[in-house]
Ligand binder design. Structure first.
Ligand code: SAM
Ligand code: SF4
Length: 331
């Protein structure tokens, strides 16, 4: 009998897919992109119909969580259509989105109505000038309005994602924690990863470990390890006097590979088995060459599974091994 579940060579079942819906973005965050970026021509990227079909097939193979990401997913035209179609798939338990928040004031309610389960919003600074420096083109006020709109639309467990860089925004650790507490939001600190060659700073010099950040927060708010397991790379903590959870995503300091249940799909339809290396499979060919037959796509997915490595190896001291930028892999 043919396998119906995506299980890799180390017995890990793939239940979580991060789907990049665009490589484009209205921001140019210094750790993610260069100021001048060349984006993919339209015919190279999967159509919304192809993204939906891929989602449908993945869910039929046991995937229960899909996160839409990018680039900035909310600048993809008709993204609400895709959300509506995916959310209606039987077997999909969670459909989530990672966004920079710039379009949320306009889209939070339509996304909620379309069936989106949860939202993560990136926020690296609460100072307008600095926010602009880090994102190069972003407006803090728009993102704050977006956070408010998401709350008003009724999204629960909204999570802020924050990349801390030593000497750039690490003096705001407590300000951002306090903002999350006031707004009753969860917050995750993400260690900067060496994806793509950037010019603005030396990643090894701006690197600040999550252990360091956790230490600083603990002085003011003692952190208690949360017992709920998220299945992701984040370790979560609670504060005794707040509903907000504080998470730490630490690809450098802690290894989360053993329980890795996820894969990524780039907007070109490249299945990436691991964020930390280049093993991939082309899903665009079976999607485009066999429009009415899912089997070649399913065969390609199963054939790719043994490529998932046991673990990744990031090293900030070396030139990036991964030449693609984060906007290609979808965070
Ligand atoms: N544009 C959306 C956003 O910013 O939330 C979604 C895509 S973005 C690539 C997803 C997440 O990856 C963001 O939280 C961003 O801060 C993070 N990110 C981007 N480049 C990174 C890097 N080199 N290291 C660590 N996190 C990074
Ligand atoms: Fe755009 Fe997100 Fe990358 Fe910032 S982190 S440049 S918002 S894709």
């Amino acid at each position: 009998m043919q396998n119906t579940r995506l299980i890799d060579g180390f017995g890990r079942q793939i239940t979580y897919v991060r789907l990049s819906v665009t490589d484009r973005c209205d921001f140019r965050c210094v750790y993610c992109m260069d100021e001048e970026m060349t984006f993919l021509p339209r015919q190279h990227i999967l159509s919304l119909e192809e993204l939906y079909r891929l989602g449908r097939v993945l869910v039929s193979l046991g995937v229960s969580k899909i996160r839409l990401t990018g680039g900035e997913p909310l600048i993809r035209q008709n993204i609400v259509w895709l959300v509506q179609k995916l959310a209606a798939l039987e077997g999909l338990k969670e459909l989530t989105l990672t966004t920079n928040g710039s379009q949320l004031a306009r889209l939070a309610q339509p996304l909620k109505d379309a069936g989106l389960s949860r939202i993560n919003i990136s926020l690296d600074s609460l100072q307008p000038e600095r926010f602009k420096q880090i994102t190069r083109t972003g407006q803090l006020s728009e993102v704050l309005a977006g956070i408010k709109a998401a709350q008003q639309a009724g999204f629960k467990h909204i999570k802020l994602n924050c990349v801390m860089m030593r000497g750039r925004n690490d003096d705001e650790i407590l300000d951002i924690v306090n903002f999350a507490r006031q707004q009753q939001l969860d917050l995750a600190f993400i260690e900067e990863m060496p994806l793509g060659v950037i010019t603005e700073h030396e990643r090894a010099q701006t690197f600040i470990s999550n252990d360091d950040i956790r230490q600083q927060i603990s002085v003011v708010y003692p952190l208690l390890a949360a017992t709920d397991v998220t299945g992701g790379p984040a370790r979560y903590y609670r504060m005794s006097d707040s509903n907000s959870r504080i998470g730490f995503i630490s690809p450098h300091s802690h290894n989360f590979c053993d329980t890795c249940n996820r894969v990524r799909v780039t907007v070109e339809g490249r299945l990436l088995l691991c964020l930390g290396n280049e093993h991939s499979a082309d899903l665009k060919v079976p999607l485009r060459d066999f429009v009415d037959d899912d089997q070649p796509l399913i065969d390609t997915l199963f054939k790719a599974l043994p490529l998932k490595p046991e673990r990744h190896h990031f090293d900030l001291a070396q030139e990036p091994q991964i030449v693609r930028f984060m906007n290609m892999t979808g965070g």
